[in-house]
Write a protein that binds this ligand. Structure first.
Ligand SMILES: [Zn+2]
Length: 89
């Protein structure tokens, strides 16, 4: 009775390849490059920079595979984080 539908038909939009949604608090921050990292199942790491977040981006990508994660963060997070860590862009 189950029907396997493996593709959405009629959709003309590009579907993002979102692997997971991750709270920014669960990500690792590197002060060297002002970038947040999160382990990717492929062995590499998803990454998104402070600059990207500031531009309103919330998708971190892995350079070794096509997976992406969506970052969950409060509007105020970035400002507070930058202030707490003394980061100036
Ligand atoms: Zn990967």
């Amino acid at each position: 009775m189950d029907q396997n539908v493996d593709a959405l038909t009629g959709a003309d939009i590009e579907i993002e390849n979102i692997y997971d949604e991750v709270e920014i608090d669960d990500m690792e921050f590197e002060t060297d490059d002002n970038t947040f990292y999160y382990p990717c199942p492929c062995g590499d790491k998803f990454r998104i920079s402070i600059a990207d977040l500031k531009q309103g981006k919330d998708i971190a990508t892995c350079p070794s595979c096509s997976l992406q994660i969506r970052i969950i963060l409060d509007e105020d997070f970035l400002e507070d984080f930058l202030e707490e860590n003394g980061i100036e862009l």
